[in-house]
Design a protein around this ligand. Structure first.
Ligand SMILES: *Cc1c(COP(=O)(O)O)cnc(C)c1O
Length: 352
């Protein structure tokens, strides 16, 4: 399939790299493709701009929508690098299957993404820590109010130059262990990057923030006993030198960063376990002085150390509220590979 191109006639002024923030600016172009009559069709790159959709459009009512989040980095030599993009494409199709959205051709979409980035290459920032955030998403655009899988869809990719997540080096955050609300349940949509999951998490996020915490630590939906994720990140705990992350079921999002962390730890001969971890076990380990570090991991922050946990009136500080040694080592390794400063020993890098 050929990708048609309509270039903007009104390029925007680029924002100052020091004031990018996250997800606030968008590049000059976007990629679009439609699904109808059983086929993805009409792939095109067009000027970035609003969509016109009928008020009955199904995604507004029933949230048949999935998305991805990934980044492109500017290497010191000027090349533009993607980090494990084929993983995001594969996960997009996993999410599609769960939400009854027709699958996309992963290789084709990756080529389309590269073409879009090449066109807007001047928008990839170069200051340390900055990146071009990439947001592919698919929405159901049925114009009938019945609840059913839409017969028609739109797939878009938009690009957003984003600032360094950490302005002054990585620093640990305080986390509220949510005792009541849950993010996902067994048999639900938690393992898919489905838009509706995030709306459902907002109330708990707001309550945690009102209590002075940066994020929520989610417990499982059945017993509210086992740790699952932190905010929209996967989570790891260092207990006695063993790095433990919750095993993947259908209520934990399979993060690309989580998988990269596991591979790095194993390559360093640090024990890395995927298993159920009860919140009581975590607090008991802390009481015995065995909880050495904790961190969230995801594309946005890479590694986000946890300095404090609050659960049912108990507050604990982890590693004296400082960034752990392994957390820092993982952060340096992943950001080093992403930016091309360190050798790509795992074959994780794709040049645009
Ligand atoms: C996207 C996401 C993650 C992290 O996935 P990465 O591929 O590492 O960015 C973890 N949990 C949730 C709920 C997410 O949406």
């Amino acid at each position: 399939m050929d990708i048609s191109l309509v270039k903007t006639t009104a390029p925007k002024t680029k924002p100052n790299e020091a004031e990018l923030g996250f997800g606030r600016y968008f590049t000059d172009h976007m990629f679009m493709m439609d699904y109808s009559k059983g086929e993805w069709r009409d792939p095109r790159i067009v000027p970035y701009g609003p969509l016109q959709l009928d008020p009955s459009t199904s995604v507004f009512h029933y949230a048949q929508a999935v998305f991805e989040g990934m980044k492109a980095f500017r290497a010191e030599d000027g090349r533009i690098l993607l980090f494990r993009p084929e993983q995001n494409m594969a996960r997009l199709n996993k999410s599609n299957r769960r939400l009854c959205i027709p699958e996309i051709d992963e290789e084709f979409l990756l080529e389309a993404l590269k073409k879009l980035i090449r066109l807007d290459a001047d928008w990839v920032p170069s200051q340390p820590g900055t990146s071009l955030y990439i947001r592919p998403f698919i929405i159901g655009v049925d114009n009938v109010l019945g609840v059913r899988p839409a017969p028609t869809y739109k797939l878009l990719i938009i690009l957003s130059p984003s600032g360094a997540y950490y302005e002054e080096g990585i620093n640990p955050v305080s986390i509220y262990v949510e005792p009541h609300y849950v993010r996902a349940v067994r048999g639900g949509t938690g393992a898919a990057k489905a838009a509706g999951n995030y709306a459902g998490g907002l109330l708990a996020q707001r309550l945690a923030s009102e209590r002075g915490h940066a994020q929520v630590l989610w417990l499982d939906g059945l017993e509210r006993r086992y740790v699952e994720e932190v905010g929209a990140m996967n989570v790891f705990f260092n207990i006695d030198g063993e790095l433990i992350t919750p095993d993947l079921g259908d209520s934990v999002l399979p993060g690309v960063t989580r998988d990269s962390v596991l591979q790095l730890l194993r390559s360093w001969n640090i024990p890395a376990l995927e298993r159920k971890l009860a919140i009581d076990e975590l607090f008991a380990a802390h009481a015995e002085g065995r909880l050495l570090e904790a961190f969230g991991c995801g594309t946005a922050a890479v590694i986000s150390p946890i300095g404090r946990l609050e659960y049912k009136e108990q507050v604990i500080d982890i590693n004296g509220g400082r960034t752990g040694e392994i957390s820092q080592r993982l952060y340096d390794a992943i950001t080093g590979i992403q930016s091309g400063r360190l050798p790509d020993e795992f074959g994780w890098i794709t040049e645009v």
